[in-house]
Design a protein around this ligand. Structure first.
Ligand SMILES: CC(C)(COP(=O)(O)OP(=O)(O)OC[C@H]1O[C@@H](n2cnc3c(N)ncnc32)[C@H](O)[C@@H]1OP(=O)(O)O)[C@@H](O)C(=O)NCCC(=O)NCCS
Length: 206
């Protein structure tokens, strides 16, 4: 179950995947927060990134391509990640300062020996897909999580998002568990819903 502040309370079957954080995640990662290459650098998400991240999500999580993710993506996902997970949420920017991608992660503390990491959202700009930006964002999050004592890192996506599933497979998230979500639409007051949407959008205004 995802924490209340994250967004992918998927309403359809999803694939849950996990990977145990190993020493190699620590060894292969750079100690600094910046994974410089000639084109893209990975950095912690800052307040100036919030609007760009939200808008990239709107491009990626559309009703046509990712209907489930689309339904749960909103401004609050971004501001919530910034407020509650400032150390585990990253952006990738190219050498022109344009946003190439983002990865929003969170740590789930349990009353057990295990601490879990969780990717709430991962999105790469279409221009940058297939160029290892996602891989590097995952490496940054895994590295941070491992330093914070996370032993298992969880990801999930809808069952029909085959590209993302292959990506996570490639990243080593091979253990999977099918999970079925069931849903019903709650009838509510349209005016209240519109006010909520407006208030959340206003949170992104500078
Ligand atoms: C899924 C996603 C995060 C992958 O990021 P990416 O930067 O394009 O992926 P990378 O270039 O780092 O890929 C690393 C490896 O994953 C695999 N992979 C990535 N995307 C793939 C795809 N669409 N189909 C098959 N394999 C894929 C490849 O094996 C790739 O290695 P290779 O380039 O050596 O062949 C990105 O396509 C995306 O943002 N999709 C839309 C949003 C989404 O679905 N997010 C995930 C759920 S929140």
């Amino acid at each position: 179950m995802k924490p209340a502040t994250n967004g992918v309370l998927n309403e359809l079957p999803s694939s849950k995947l996990s990977s145990t954080v190993t020493d190699s995640a620590l060894n292969e990662s750079n100690e600094s927060e910046n994974f410089d290459t000639s084109k893209v650098s990975i950095e912690l998400m800052g307040i100036d990134d919030l609007a760009d991240v939200f808008h990239l999500g709107e491009i990626l999580f559309t009703s046509g391509s990712t209907p489930i993710l689309y339904r749960t993506w909103d401004a609050y996902e971004v501001t919530g990640a910034f407020q509650t997970n400032p150390d585990t949420s990253y952006v990738a920017r190219d050498d022109q300062g344009r946003l190439a991608g983002f990865g929003l992660g969170t740590i789930i503390e349990k009353d057990t020996a295990w601490t879990y990491g969780y990717v709430t959202w991962l999105g790469i700009h279409p221009d940058w897909q297939g160029k290892q930006v996602g891989e590097r964002l995952m490496a940054a999050m895994e590295h941070r999580m491992a330093l914070d004592g996370v032993r298992m890192f969880l990801v999930d996506t809808s069952a029909d998002n085959t590209g993302a599933i292959r990506f996570f497979d490639k990243m080593g998230y091979g253990s999977r568990e099918e999970h079925l979500y069931l849903w019903k639409t709650l009838r509510g007051d349209a005016e209240t819903r519109q006010r909520h949407t407006r208030e959340r959008s206003e949170e992104l205004e500078p």
